[in-house]
Design a protein. Structure first.
Length: 344
Protein backbone atom coordinates (compact mmCIF):
# COMPACT_ATOMS: atom_id res chain seq x y z
CA UNK A 1 0.00 0.00 0.00
CA UNK A 2 1.21 3.52 -0.81
CA UNK A 3 1.70 4.70 2.78
CA UNK A 4 3.42 1.57 4.08
CA UNK A 5 7.01 0.40 3.54
CA UNK A 6 7.51 -3.10 2.35
CA UNK A 7 9.19 -5.65 4.58
CA UNK A 8 13.01 -5.40 4.34
CA UNK A 9 12.99 -1.93 2.75
CA UNK A 10 15.72 0.42 3.90
CA UNK A 11 14.50 3.05 6.36
CA UNK A 12 14.34 6.64 5.23
CA UNK A 13 17.21 8.80 6.53
CA UNK A 14 16.34 11.04 9.42
CA UNK A 15 15.00 14.42 8.46
CA UNK A 16 17.89 16.87 7.87
CA UNK A 17 20.50 14.06 7.51
CA UNK A 18 22.07 13.31 4.12
CA UNK A 19 23.04 9.84 3.03
CA UNK A 20 26.88 9.62 2.37
CA UNK A 21 27.91 9.48 -1.25
CA UNK A 22 29.24 6.20 -2.58
CA UNK A 23 33.01 6.03 -1.97
CA UNK A 24 33.01 8.97 0.48
CA UNK A 25 34.93 8.41 3.74
CA UNK A 26 32.95 7.68 6.84
CA UNK A 27 32.36 10.63 9.19
CA UNK A 28 34.49 9.08 11.92
CA UNK A 29 37.44 8.67 9.52
CA UNK A 30 37.12 12.32 8.49
CA UNK A 31 37.09 13.35 12.14
CA UNK A 32 40.16 11.25 12.89
CA UNK A 33 42.08 12.77 9.97
CA UNK A 34 41.05 16.28 10.96
CA UNK A 35 42.17 15.63 14.50
CA UNK A 36 45.50 14.23 13.32
CA UNK A 37 46.08 17.25 11.10
CA UNK A 38 45.30 19.60 13.97
CA UNK A 39 47.70 17.64 16.17
CA UNK A 40 50.47 17.91 13.59
CA UNK A 41 49.89 21.64 13.27
CA UNK A 42 49.97 21.93 17.03
CA UNK A 43 53.24 20.01 17.26
CA UNK A 44 54.82 22.24 14.61
CA UNK A 45 53.71 25.28 16.60
CA UNK A 46 55.18 23.75 19.77
CA UNK A 47 58.70 23.48 18.34
CA UNK A 48 59.09 27.17 17.54
CA UNK A 49 59.15 28.75 21.03
CA UNK A 50 60.79 25.82 22.80
CA UNK A 51 63.89 25.32 20.73
CA UNK A 52 65.02 28.92 20.73
CA UNK A 53 66.92 27.93 23.92
CA UNK A 54 69.83 25.55 23.47
CA UNK A 55 69.72 24.50 27.13
CA UNK A 56 66.10 23.36 26.80
CA UNK A 57 67.04 21.37 23.70
CA UNK A 58 69.84 19.69 25.66
CA UNK A 59 67.44 18.90 28.54
CA UNK A 60 64.91 17.35 26.19
CA UNK A 61 67.52 15.19 24.44
CA UNK A 62 69.11 14.12 27.71
CA UNK A 63 65.77 12.90 29.17
CA UNK A 64 65.00 11.04 25.93
CA UNK A 65 68.48 9.48 25.89
CA UNK A 66 68.64 8.51 29.58
CA UNK A 67 64.99 7.59 30.04
CA UNK A 68 64.84 9.26 33.43
CA UNK A 69 65.04 12.68 35.05
CA UNK A 70 67.77 11.46 37.40
CA UNK A 71 69.94 10.16 34.58
CA UNK A 72 69.46 13.29 32.50
CA UNK A 73 70.42 15.52 35.44
CA UNK A 74 73.60 13.49 36.00
CA UNK A 75 74.47 13.64 32.27
CA UNK A 76 74.10 17.42 32.14
CA UNK A 77 75.63 18.09 35.56
CA UNK A 78 72.39 19.67 36.82
CA UNK A 79 70.56 19.23 40.09
CA UNK A 80 67.53 16.98 39.62
CA UNK A 81 65.02 19.62 40.89
CA UNK A 82 66.44 22.15 38.41
CA UNK A 83 66.07 19.74 35.51
CA UNK A 84 62.53 18.81 36.58
CA UNK A 85 61.70 22.51 36.70
CA UNK A 86 63.12 22.97 33.20
CA UNK A 87 60.93 20.12 31.89
CA UNK A 88 57.84 21.60 33.52
CA UNK A 89 58.63 25.02 31.99
CA UNK A 90 58.87 23.41 28.55
CA UNK A 91 55.57 21.61 29.04
CA UNK A 92 53.87 24.85 30.14
CA UNK A 93 55.18 26.56 27.01
CA UNK A 94 54.04 23.63 24.87
CA UNK A 95 50.62 23.47 26.50
CA UNK A 96 50.84 19.69 26.71
CA UNK A 97 52.95 16.96 28.37
CA UNK A 98 56.24 16.16 26.69
CA UNK A 99 57.03 13.09 28.81
CA UNK A 100 55.09 10.40 30.62
CA UNK A 101 56.23 8.22 33.49
CA UNK A 102 55.89 4.49 32.81
CA UNK A 103 57.24 1.32 34.44
CA UNK A 104 59.94 1.40 31.74
CA UNK A 105 61.02 4.90 32.75
CA UNK A 106 60.35 8.41 31.47
CA UNK A 107 59.39 8.28 27.79
CA UNK A 108 58.46 11.10 25.39
CA UNK A 109 54.87 11.67 24.38
CA UNK A 110 53.94 12.32 20.75
CA UNK A 111 54.65 16.02 21.34
CA UNK A 112 57.99 15.18 22.93
CA UNK A 113 58.97 12.92 20.02
CA UNK A 114 58.11 15.73 17.59
CA UNK A 115 60.71 17.91 19.30
CA UNK A 116 63.59 15.43 19.16
CA UNK A 117 64.73 16.03 15.56
CA UNK A 118 64.51 19.87 15.78
CA UNK A 119 66.40 19.77 19.09
CA UNK A 120 69.16 17.61 17.57
CA UNK A 121 69.39 19.96 14.60
CA UNK A 122 69.61 23.04 16.83
CA UNK A 123 72.39 21.57 18.96
CA UNK A 124 74.36 20.49 15.86
CA UNK A 125 74.01 23.89 14.20
CA UNK A 126 75.08 25.80 17.30
CA UNK A 127 78.06 23.48 17.74
CA UNK A 128 79.02 24.08 14.10
CA UNK A 129 78.67 27.85 14.57
CA UNK A 130 80.95 27.78 17.60
CA UNK A 131 83.54 25.71 15.74
CA UNK A 132 83.40 28.12 12.78
CA UNK A 133 83.97 31.12 15.04
CA UNK A 134 86.81 29.33 16.83
CA UNK A 135 88.42 28.48 13.48
CA UNK A 136 88.27 32.12 12.36
CA UNK A 137 89.71 33.36 15.66
CA UNK A 138 92.48 30.75 15.48
CA UNK A 139 93.08 31.63 11.78
CA UNK A 140 92.33 28.09 10.63
CA UNK A 141 89.78 29.40 8.14
CA UNK A 142 88.05 32.61 7.05
CA UNK A 143 88.40 35.34 4.45
CA UNK A 144 90.36 38.61 4.50
CA UNK A 145 89.53 41.38 2.02
CA UNK A 146 92.35 43.80 1.18
CA UNK A 147 92.45 46.72 -1.25
CA UNK A 148 95.79 48.00 -2.57
CA UNK A 149 97.23 50.67 -4.81
CA UNK A 150 99.11 49.19 -7.76
CA UNK A 151 102.33 50.85 -6.59
CA UNK A 152 102.41 48.81 -3.36
CA UNK A 153 100.61 45.63 -4.47
CA UNK A 154 103.83 43.97 -5.64
CA UNK A 155 106.04 45.42 -2.91
CA UNK A 156 105.44 45.11 0.01
CA UNK A 157 101.96 43.52 -0.11
CA UNK A 158 102.82 40.45 -2.21
CA UNK A 159 105.65 39.44 0.12
CA UNK A 160 103.47 40.04 3.18
CA UNK A 161 100.64 37.91 1.78
CA UNK A 162 103.19 35.16 1.13
CA UNK A 163 104.29 35.23 4.78
CA UNK A 164 100.69 35.30 5.97
CA UNK A 165 99.61 32.36 3.80
CA UNK A 166 102.61 30.29 4.91
CA UNK A 167 101.48 30.72 8.52
CA UNK A 168 97.72 30.50 7.89
CA UNK A 169 97.04 28.40 4.78
CA UNK A 170 93.33 27.99 5.57
CA UNK A 171 92.54 31.71 5.27
CA UNK A 172 91.53 33.08 1.87
CA UNK A 173 93.06 36.49 1.04
CA UNK A 174 91.22 38.54 -1.60
CA UNK A 175 93.22 41.48 -2.97
CA UNK A 176 91.46 44.10 -5.09
CA UNK A 177 92.90 47.03 -7.01
CA UNK A 178 92.16 50.46 -5.52
CA UNK A 179 91.38 52.66 -8.51
CA UNK A 180 89.23 55.26 -6.80
CA UNK A 181 90.29 56.60 -3.40
CA UNK A 182 86.85 58.06 -2.61
CA UNK A 183 85.23 54.68 -3.14
CA UNK A 184 88.03 52.98 -1.20
CA UNK A 185 87.46 55.22 1.81
CA UNK A 186 83.71 54.59 1.59
CA UNK A 187 84.23 50.81 1.45
CA UNK A 188 86.49 50.94 4.51
CA UNK A 189 84.09 53.17 6.45
CA UNK A 190 81.18 50.81 5.72
CA UNK A 191 83.15 47.66 6.48
CA UNK A 192 83.04 46.27 2.94
CA UNK A 193 86.80 45.79 3.10
CA UNK A 194 88.97 45.57 6.20
CA UNK A 195 92.40 46.78 5.14
CA UNK A 196 93.89 49.04 2.49
CA UNK A 197 97.60 49.08 1.61
CA UNK A 198 98.07 52.40 -0.13
CA UNK A 199 100.10 55.52 -0.75
CA UNK A 200 99.52 57.96 2.10
CA UNK A 201 97.71 60.03 3.01
CA UNK A 202 94.21 58.89 2.07
CA UNK A 203 91.46 61.51 2.29
CA UNK A 204 89.40 61.43 5.46
CA UNK A 205 90.19 60.50 9.04
CA UNK A 206 90.47 56.70 9.00
CA UNK A 207 93.33 55.38 11.15
CA UNK A 208 96.53 54.89 9.14
CA UNK A 209 99.93 53.42 9.96
CA UNK A 210 102.92 54.37 7.83
CA UNK A 211 105.07 51.39 6.91
CA UNK A 212 107.72 52.97 4.74
CA UNK A 213 108.54 55.17 1.77
CA UNK A 214 108.94 54.44 -1.92
CA UNK A 215 111.44 56.25 -4.11
CA UNK A 216 109.94 57.64 -7.30
CA UNK A 217 111.75 57.12 -10.61
CA UNK A 218 111.00 58.31 -14.11
CA UNK A 219 110.68 55.64 -16.81
CA UNK A 220 110.98 56.56 -20.48
CA UNK A 221 110.59 54.77 -23.82
CA UNK A 222 113.43 52.64 -25.25
CA UNK A 223 116.14 54.75 -26.87
CA UNK A 224 115.71 57.72 -24.54
CA UNK A 225 118.98 59.43 -23.61
CA UNK A 226 120.85 59.62 -20.30
CA UNK A 227 119.73 56.26 -18.93
CA UNK A 228 120.45 55.98 -15.21
CA UNK A 229 121.35 59.67 -14.79
CA UNK A 230 119.38 61.77 -12.29
CA UNK A 231 116.50 63.80 -13.67
CA UNK A 232 116.01 67.33 -12.30
CA UNK A 233 112.63 68.78 -11.31
CA UNK A 234 112.41 71.05 -14.36
CA UNK A 235 113.13 68.08 -16.62
CA UNK A 236 110.42 66.08 -14.86
CA UNK A 237 107.92 68.90 -15.43
CA UNK A 238 108.67 68.78 -19.17
CA UNK A 239 107.97 65.04 -19.58
CA UNK A 240 104.95 63.91 -21.66
CA UNK A 241 103.29 61.76 -19.00
CA UNK A 242 101.31 58.52 -19.22
CA UNK A 243 98.93 59.19 -16.33
CA UNK A 244 96.32 57.21 -14.46
CA UNK A 245 92.79 58.51 -14.72
CA UNK A 246 92.37 58.19 -10.94
CA UNK A 247 95.78 58.92 -9.51
CA UNK A 248 94.40 59.24 -6.01
CA UNK A 249 96.68 59.85 -3.05
CA UNK A 250 99.83 59.21 -5.12
CA UNK A 251 98.94 62.06 -7.46
CA UNK A 252 98.15 64.31 -4.49
CA UNK A 253 101.54 63.54 -2.92
CA UNK A 254 103.35 64.11 -6.25
CA UNK A 255 101.56 67.40 -6.75
CA UNK A 256 102.67 68.55 -3.29
CA UNK A 257 106.28 67.48 -3.89
CA UNK A 258 106.42 69.05 -7.36
CA UNK A 259 104.54 72.20 -6.38
CA UNK A 260 107.31 74.55 -7.54
CA UNK A 261 107.70 73.14 -11.04
CA UNK A 262 104.25 71.47 -11.40
CA UNK A 263 103.24 68.02 -12.58
CA UNK A 264 104.20 66.98 -16.11
CA UNK A 265 101.62 67.42 -18.85
CA UNK A 266 99.60 64.25 -19.56
CA UNK A 267 100.05 62.81 -23.03
CA UNK A 268 97.95 59.66 -22.39
CA UNK A 269 95.39 59.03 -19.66
CA UNK A 270 94.43 55.46 -18.82
CA UNK A 271 92.12 53.98 -16.15
CA UNK A 272 94.11 50.73 -16.06
CA UNK A 273 97.34 50.66 -13.96
CA UNK A 274 98.50 47.56 -15.85
CA UNK A 275 98.63 49.51 -19.13
CA UNK A 276 101.01 52.25 -17.93
CA UNK A 277 104.28 50.40 -18.50
CA UNK A 278 103.28 48.90 -21.88
CA UNK A 279 102.34 52.41 -23.06
CA UNK A 280 105.74 53.73 -21.96
CA UNK A 281 107.55 50.88 -23.72
CA UNK A 282 105.51 51.56 -26.85
CA UNK A 283 106.77 55.17 -26.91
CA UNK A 284 103.53 56.85 -25.79
CA UNK A 285 105.23 58.88 -23.06
CA UNK A 286 107.01 58.69 -19.71
CA UNK A 287 105.73 57.70 -16.27
CA UNK A 288 106.60 58.27 -12.63
CA UNK A 289 106.74 54.92 -10.83
CA UNK A 290 108.31 53.20 -7.84
CA UNK A 291 111.79 51.69 -8.09
CA UNK A 292 110.58 48.09 -8.58
CA UNK A 293 108.51 49.08 -11.63
CA UNK A 294 111.47 51.10 -12.92
CA UNK A 295 113.61 47.96 -12.79
CA UNK A 296 110.95 46.07 -14.79
CA UNK A 297 111.02 48.75 -17.50
CA UNK A 298 114.81 48.55 -17.71
CA UNK A 299 114.66 44.75 -18.06
CA UNK A 300 112.22 45.16 -20.97
CA UNK A 301 114.43 47.64 -22.86
CA UNK A 302 113.12 50.93 -21.51
CA UNK A 303 115.01 53.66 -19.71
CA UNK A 304 114.83 54.43 -15.99
CA UNK A 305 116.20 57.57 -14.30
CA UNK A 306 116.16 58.56 -10.62
CA UNK A 307 114.99 62.02 -9.59
CA UNK A 308 117.25 64.73 -8.22
CA UNK A 309 116.66 65.45 -5.41
CA UNK A 310 115.17 62.05 -4.60
CA UNK A 311 111.39 61.97 -4.27
CA UNK A 312 110.04 59.68 -1.50
CA UNK A 313 106.33 58.94 -1.12
CA UNK A 314 104.99 57.38 2.12
CA UNK A 315 102.87 54.24 2.08
CA UNK A 316 101.12 52.28 4.77
CA UNK A 317 98.01 50.47 5.88
CA UNK A 318 94.59 51.99 6.57
CA UNK A 319 92.03 50.07 8.61
CA UNK A 320 88.27 49.96 8.71
CA UNK A 321 86.81 51.53 11.87
CA UNK A 322 86.40 49.31 14.91
CA UNK A 323 88.31 46.27 16.10
CA UNK A 324 90.31 44.42 13.47
CA UNK A 325 89.89 40.70 12.91
CA UNK A 326 92.71 38.33 13.90
CA UNK A 327 93.42 37.79 10.19
CA UNK A 328 93.79 41.53 9.56
CA UNK A 329 96.13 41.89 12.54
CA UNK A 330 98.23 38.97 11.31
CA UNK A 331 98.57 40.48 7.83
CA UNK A 332 99.55 43.86 9.27
CA UNK A 333 102.21 42.08 11.34
CA UNK A 334 103.47 40.44 8.14
CA UNK A 335 103.60 43.85 6.44
CA UNK A 336 105.59 45.26 9.35
CA UNK A 337 108.00 42.34 9.09
CA UNK A 338 108.52 42.83 5.35
CA UNK A 339 109.02 46.58 5.82
CA UNK A 340 111.30 46.20 8.85
CA UNK A 341 108.88 48.00 11.15
CA UNK A 342 108.00 47.26 14.76
CA UNK A 343 104.50 47.12 16.19
CA UNK A 344 103.65 50.65 17.40
Amino acid sequence: MGGRRGRGAAPHPARGHRRPRAGAPAPRAVARRAGAGAARRGLRAVTAPLLADERQAQVLLAVVDQGSITGAAALLGMAQPSLSQAVRAMERAAGCPLFERTPRGTVPTAAGRALVAPAQRLVRELDAARRAVADVVALRTGTLDVVAHASVAADPLAAAVGLFRAAHPGVLVRVQDARDDARLVSDLARGRTELAVVQLPLPGTLPAEQLGEQEVWAVLPPGSSCAGEPLGRTEVAALPLVALQNGGSARTALRAELAETGLPRASVVTPQPATVLPLVLAGAGAALVDRRHAQRVTALGGVARPLDPPLLLPFGVVRAPGASSPAAEALVDALRSVCGRRRP
